[in-house]
Design a protein around this ligand. Structure first.
Ligand code: TYC
Length: 102
């Protein structure tokens, strides 16, 4: 019944698509060796967390296996992952983080 000349105007008023760039979750992963204090410092320095939030996030990783560090554009997320992984490696710790599309 909507198929008559001009009916398009009544059916689907197309909203302007204001497309956002895709975002990426940066996820910190647990391991058995990285000292807790080192993880807290990484979260403070690289993810701009205060002491309390960094500590809570580190403990979540420790008990649950992973935790969200932040949500960023592709380039920023990629840079964060690289910074964490190379900083940890430089200090001889196996700490790793990863990214996934939101
Ligand atoms: N599981 C580590 C330990 O017992 C601590 C740790 C927490 C390691 C968070 C990594 O992302 C991590 N020393």
């Amino acid at each position: 019944e909507r198929d008559w000349p001009g009916s398009d105007y009544l059916v689907a008023p197309s909203k302007p698509e204001l497309k956002q760039p895709p975002k990426y979750r940066v996820i910190m992963l647990n391991d058995d060796y990285t000292p807790m204090e080192f993880v807290v410092e990484v979260l403070e320095k690289l993810f701009d967390m205060g002491r309390e939030r960094a500590t809570r996030t580190m403990l979540q990783v420790h008990t649950e296996g992973s935790a969200l560090c932040g949500i960023f554009t592709y380039e920023i997320a990629e840079a964060k992952v690289e910074q964490v992984n190379s900083y940890a490696q430089h200090h001889g710790h196996p700490l790793q983080c990863t990214m996934e599309q939101e």
